[in-house]
Design a protein around this ligand. Sequence first.
Ligand code: C5P
Length: 216
Amino acid sequence: ITAGPTREAIDPVRYISNHSTGKMGFAIAAACYSAGAKVTLISGPVTLDTPNGVRRKNVSSAIQMLDLSMQQLQDGCDIFIATAAVADYRVAEVAEQKIKKAGDELAVSLIKNPDIVATIAQQDQRPFMVGFAAETHNVEAYAADKLVAKKLDMIACNDVSRADIGFASDENAMTVFFADQYRIEKRDLEKASKQEIAQQLVEAIHDAITQKIKPV
Ligand code: C5P
């Protein structure tokens, strides 16, 4: 399970990041452990306690998160759940020394980060792949597109334009879509605590895995 934000260094004292708190990923880690899974949580910088029974590995940047995720794949992984809010871009050239204040403008060149969940999904012997989509509009259509584009088995999407759910909130509501080879197409998870949503997601993963349409 990846969780939290990533932090992309600009120089030794500054970085680019986002407001992800890691709450959803940590709740899913706890729910997976309760369901009997051996759980590794690859977390960006967050202020949460590690859930009971979960092995946690801390990372900072997207590249580090990808490296540890690939390593985890080698060590064995049946289900990969990507909840991390990975920075889309990183600084092209991280300054070795603190950038000093100079003119009125400062340009920092950014380059695209690798897509962690899509990279794992492309591997041979890939795990069951779960992704998340946080959107402000056309929520379901964008999520369905991402399911296909990133070659996921399942995607859980939420509407982050709603102030009462998502990001820093303690509650969430989601719609889950499944790839074509599963018997379930879509499932709505009603607004509930992130712990309850996490449990429902674990049940959805279980149902998908056990109801996979067998190739004839
Ligand atoms: O494309 P978008 O960022 O909306 O996709 C969200 C999903 O993809 C999440 O599951 C997120 O953890 C994953 N992701 C990733 N690596 C990235 C960007 C997103 O694993 N560089």
